[in-house]
Design a protein around this ligand. Structure first.
Ligand code: NCC
Length: 273
């Protein structure tokens, strides 16, 4: 462990490649291969302003909707709704990051719900720490390939990407190399994954209520009333480590982070390593 500056951390993160799978990553005879996109997420597109809307209960009554919608790209997670919550979380969605439970479990109605149409979808599922890509495809935690293929086949203009599971462990190693505590071997949350998907594409990335502000409550999500402080600080995912390091890399002052609930990171193109 060494004490690193925000710049050092961002440079280390820039080298931690997070990739989505493309056709050429799989052998010719693999059944998923024909459905994968030829090019990776957003190709060489770029965005000026990007925002990540955490699903945190602290967004309730935040009034951040207009601020969120003013960004060029808006990233949301899982089944987090906008309808009826526009004042706090806005209504624009460019990308959704989904964990494999949301893609596979009946209750989320992945193939039917309008939440998952006309946007870009990026889904992830954890592999074993030591397993290879093809082993993961044979034995995913939740079998997202069936609905992946159905979505790609039947939904018009389906823009659906899968995260290379090795990327999750690259991010885990980044976190572990920058905290003193010993992290359990569970992948980072969709939140930290989302950050790393956007940093190469955006001039800057704002995150709302990811680093918790003075609005922090025990409430898990802005869209339901379940109370569980672990949603904010983590049990399964290394959330506390993710948030501490994100705070350290952030470029705005503490009033913005802890009063407004907004942290901002410079995109990778902005930093020279
Ligand atoms: O709750 P979840 O997370 O969907 O939240 C998305 C991301 O927002 C950030 N967050 C959320 C709540 C909170 N109080 N503070 C936060 O900072 C986190 O960065 C989080 O990643 C996930 O990461 O995919 C997760 O998904 C849920 C659940 O599967 C989905 O919501 C679908 O219902 C997981 N919960 C359970 O499995 C019970 C959660 O552990 C991780």
């Amino acid at each position: 462990y060494e004490d690193k500056s925000p710049q050092d951390l961002l440079c280390q993160l820039k080298k931690t490649n997070v990739k989505t799978l493309i056709r050429s990553d799989l052998p010719l005879d693999n059944y998923v291969r024909p459905y994968l996109p030829r090019r990776s997420l957003f190709g060489n597109k770029s965005f000026n302003s990007c925002v990540i809307v955490s699903s945190s209960g602290a967004l309730h009554n935040s009034n951040l909707g207009k601020f969120i919608d003013s960004h060029d790209l808006v990233l949301r997670f899982n089944n987090a709704p906008t309808k009826n919550f526009e004042r706090d979380v806005g209504k624009k969605t460019t990308v959704r990051i989904l964990n494999s439970q949301v893609v596979t479990k009946e209750e989320y109605e992945f193939l039917e719900s309008s939440l998952y149409r006309n946007i870009t979808i990026v889904a992830w599922d954890p592999s074993n720490y030591t397993s290879h890509l093809l082993e993961w495809i044979q034995r995913p935690e939740f079998n997202l390939f069936e609905n992946y293929i159905k979505h790609r086949k039947t939904i018009e203009k389906s823009r659906f990407y899968l995260v290379d599971p090795g990327s999750l462990w690259n991010l885990w190693r980044f976190l572990q190399s920058n905290v003193l505590s010993r992290l359990r071997k569970n992948p980072p949350s969709s939140g930290f994954l989302g950050l790393n998907i956007l940093l190469p594409l955006c001039e800057f990335v704002d995150m709302v209520e990811y680093v918790p502000s003075a609005r922090v409550t025990r409430r898990c999500h802005y869209y339901d009333s379940e109370e569980n402080a672990a949603c904010t600080f983590g049990v399964w995912h290394p959330l506390a480590a993710e948030k501490l390091i994100t705070y350290h890399m952030n470029m705005v002052n503490d009033t913005q982070v802890f009063q407004q609930g907004i942290s901002r990171l410079p995109g990778f193109r902005k930093i020279s390593c």
